[in-house]
Structure formats: structure tokens, C-alpha cells
Design a protein around this ligand. Structure first.
Ligand code: P6P
Length: 343
């Protein structure tokens, strides 16, 4: 396909639709609505710092409520945009304990949207990049109006038909895949359009960066410690030690490694007995990024096998995450699964 850099996301999605004989346009509508939600979130995130200076926006939202915390705001924006466009049978949000039904007054479809509306939101007040992460599934052959069961949603990440994220940083970007490569779009604020800026992103098969919160090393088991020590050990042949970079915002750490190469790790730890498999969530964080990284030539593992093969047992299931450059993740997996030992 001819170079497309600079085309709008709408044109890019339509071109992909035209190339898919089975496409009905439903998916295009869904993505376009999600993009509008992200533009609204981006605007609010980018003026968050002013709330204090201006003594609060003083604005009230449609429910006559004071402007709320940004992650609650982001969750509401996505719900309100997505619930009426007739392509979804339900949604799952990091902010909401149970499945979100589509209100009865709106038409339904057979797509399922799972999302983390504003990941890393604790970083907003220090002006660190944050993001919205999303994954889209199709409900297996059922009538759109048939009651949605949790089992319809708990599908392995390999069943996602699309996935991606928005990153609200020095610029706002959208990175997504529908299974035909990974493409990045940068928001041109004064025009309000996402323009193709990173066509067909490929992650280097080996990086020079490792990202992990090392303050937890006292909570890791010996295999995890050995995996992380590997990236810190001097070895000229394999370009080690790697450089340590940890933003503390998953989308920011992931996006940097996607473009430059490297590995992000959030291992299982004994920090919180209620979260023995780590902090990050399978459905709304690990699976969408695992589809993106695989489509870019990388790999995502839970330490024993592909994240995308994990059969979810519950909506907010947490999972250890090792994601990024394929060869780096394979090394980490070899240590965690015991195939490789220290030294
Ligand atoms: P920790 C942010 O709160 C988040 O969910 C991810 O964006 C980030 O990668 C992780 O938690 C950071 O967690 O335990 O290192 O502060």
C-alpha cells in the first residue's frame, strides 16, 4: 500500500474496512466513537493542571455534578459515547466492578469493549504521561439482544479483533491494531484530527531498556530476582547491562519500549496477599497491549506462556506481565518458568 503518513485515522480505518470484504462498517463506527471519547479525555487531561490554578473549573457536567476525578470522568465519557451507537452488547471497565450493560433504550450489537479509562491517573498531578487502554472482542454467534453472560466476555486475548491505547503525553497519540500491523496516530490539537505518524510500528527483537519497580525486590521469589538480575548483569556480547527506565505509568513505559525496544515487567509479588499475581489486570491492561506488541513483532508472557492464551476466570483478574522485545521477554520467561537459572 502506498505511503500513508499524514492521512487521518478515519481514512486509515476506512481503507482497512474497504480491504476487508466481510466488513460491515460496524467496527468503523465503534472505533470512531472511541476516538471522539479520547479527544474529550485528552482535552480534560491537558487542562488538569489548571484546575488548581483556576480554583476548579466551576463547570458542571450533564448530570449537574461538579467535575469529578479524571479517571471517573474518563470512564463516564467512554460509557456515554459508546452506549448508544448500537454496536456493543456490553462493556467492561477497570473502574466498574461488574459488566456494564447497554441501556435498554439503545440498540445493541455483538462487539464487546473492555477498557482502562485512565491508566496511571495518579501521575496526572505531576504531569506524567497517562493513557486509555482498550480491547475489542466479538460475542460468539448470539443474537445481539440475547442476555450477555460473563462467559461471553471472558475470552482469551487471542480472540481480540482489535486493541490499542491512547497516550496523553507531550502529544496525544493513538496506537492500535486490528490484526494487520500496528499504527500510530498523533493528535493535531488545533485541527482535532489524529494523523498517521507511525506507520506499521515494529519493536526491535532485542532492546536495551528494562522497566520494573525494583523497590519490590524483597517481595519477589528467587526466579524473578534472577530474571531481573540478568538485565542488570555486565555482558558485552549481549549489550548488558540494560538501561533502567520506569515511569510508573504502564502506557508510557510500554509505548517507549514499543518504539525503542526493551522489556517491561510487573512480576507476581508477595507485597499484597490479595494480589499474589501482581497488580496489572489481564482483560483491560495485559491483553490489549499483548495484542499490540505481538502485531509489532514482540511478545507478552505471564512468565510461563503467552498472555494471549490465558483463559480469564474473572473480569478483574490480575496477571504477572513481561512484555516487549521478543528475545528479552523469552529470556525473562525462561528464568520465571525455571528453564534458565542464574549465572
Ligand atoms: P507501581 C499505575 O497505577 C499502574 O496501574 C500502571 O500504570 C503502572 O505500570 C503501575 O500501576 C505502577 O505500579 O506498583 O510500580 O506503583
Amino acid at each position: 500500500m502506498a505511503k500513508q503518513v499524514g492521512i487521518t485515522i478515519t481514512e486509515h480505518i476506512l481503507r482497512q474496512q474497504r480491504e476487508n470484504p466481510r466488513a460491515t462498517g460496524a467496527f468503523t463506527t465503534l472505533l470512531n466513537e472511541l476516538i471522539v471519547a479520547a479527544k474529550v479525555i485528552s482535552r480534560e487531561v491537558n487542562k488538569a493542571g489548571l484546575v488548581d490554578i483556576l480554583g476548579g473549573t466551576g463547570e458542571v457536567n450533564v448530570q449537574e455534578e461538579q467535575v469529578q476525578k479524571l479517571d471517573v470522568f474518563a470512564n463516564r465519557v467512554i460509557f456515554e459515547r459508546m452506549c448508544h451507537m448500537g454496536q456493543l452488547c456490553c462493556m467492561g471497565s477497570e473502574e466498574v466492578a461488574d459488566l456494564i450493560d447497554i441501556p435498554s433504550q439503545y440498540p445493541k450489537g455483538n462487539y464487546i469493549l473492555v477498557f482502562d479509562p485512565l491508566d496511571g491517573s495518579s501521575n496526572i498531578d505531576v504531569n506524567v504521561s497517562i493513557g486509555t487502554i482498550f480491547g475489542i472482542y466479538k460475542r460468539e454467534s448470539k443474537d445481539a439482544n440475547e442476555e450477555v453472560l460473563l462467559d461471553d466476555v471472558l475470552q482469551p486475548g487471542s480472540k481480540q479483533v482489535a486493541a490499542g491505547y491512547f497516550i496523553y503525553g507531550s502529544s496525544t497519540m493513538m496506537v492500535y491494531t486490528t490484526g494487520d500491523g500496528v499504527h500510530g496516530f498523533t493528535l493535531y490539537p488545533s485541527v482535532g484530527e489524529f494523523l498517521l505518524s507511525h506507520e506499521n510500528i515494529r519493536i526491535p527483537e532485542r532492546g536495551k531498556i528494562y522497566s520494573v519497580n525494583e523497590s519490590y525486590c524483597g517481595y519477589w521469589d528467587e526466579k524473578t530476582k534472577a530474571a531481573i538480575d540478568y538485565f542488570k548483569t555486565k555482558d558485552k556480547k549481549t549489550g548488558r547491562p540494560y538501561t533502567a527506565r520506569y515511569v510508573g505509568s504502564l502506557v508510557a513505559d510500554f509505548h517507549r519500549n514499543l518504539l525503542k525496544g526493551g522489556i517491561f515487567m510487573y512480576p507476581a509479588d508477595l507485597k499484597d496477599p490479595k494480589k499474589p499475581t501482581g497488580k496489572l489486570r489481564l482483560m483491560v491492561e495485559a491483553n490489549p497491549l499483548a495484542m499490540v506488541v505481538k502485531q509489532a513483532g514482540g511478545y507478552a508472557s505471564d512468565g510461563h506462556g503467552p498472555i494471549l492464551d490465558v483463559q480469564p476466570e474473572e473480569l478483574h483478574q490480575r496477571v504477572p506481565l513481561f512484555i516487549g522485545s521478543r528475545k528479552d521477554v523469552e529470556v525473562a520467561e525462561a528464568f520465571i518458568s525455571g528453564k534458565m537459572g542464574p549465572g
